[in-house]
Design a protein around this ligand. Structure first.
Ligand SMILES: [Zn+2]
Ligand SMILES: [Zn+2]
Length: 159
């Protein structure tokens, strides 16, 4: 069985390949679900408060996946995500008060949430591989061969 792609917007998963993704991401149902999700996200302060009241979802934060999706009663937000959300909430507040912040607008243009989520997923993966990289034994400082290039016996998993 191949990898599964879980769409948080639609709360459903499918076999992960280019064809399926394209088909799904262009589907009416997905676009509708995504819009609803964005609408919900527009009120970042409310989301922030909600997420802060939840306990972290260990499964999601460790694996990047959780079968419950947005319906999970635990939070899928890492510390950094909450921080980002807080920034967003502040920016919204400023905008509501009629004092838009240049900096915030530049670093977080509207509609960048998808990018942000992608980056988050990448970061989760990067955290995994960094853990390996740190554990490569006997590396000179600055030398950072790819983990894949390192013979397995030089890898030691640190937990
Ligand atoms: Zn979808
Ligand atoms: Zn979860």
């Amino acid at each position: 069985m191949g990898k599964r792609y879980f769409c948080d917007y639609c709360e459903r998963s499918f076999q992960d390949n280019l064809h399926n993704r394209k088909k799904h991401l262009n589907g009416v149902q997905h676009i509708r679900a995504r819009k609803a999700w964005y609408d919900r996200f527009r009120d970042a302060a409310a989301v922030l408060q909600e997420e802060q009241n939840k306990k972290p979802c260990r499964k999601f934060l460790q694996t990047g996946q959780c079968d419950f999706g947005p319906n999970c009663r635990f939070s899928h937000f890492s510390e950094a995500d909450l921080q980002a959300l807080e920034d967003r909430a502040r920016a919204e507040e400023r905008r509501a008060a009629g004092r838009p912040s240049e900096d915030t607008e530049r670093s977080r243009p509207p509609g960048c949430l998808e990018d942000w989520l992608e980056k988050r997923a990448k970061r989760l993966r990067a955290t995994e591989s960094n853990r390996y990289r740190i554990a490569i034994l006997g590396l000179p400082p600055g030398g950072s061969p790819k983990v894949e290039d390192t013979p397995p016996h030089r890898l030691q998993l640190v937990r």
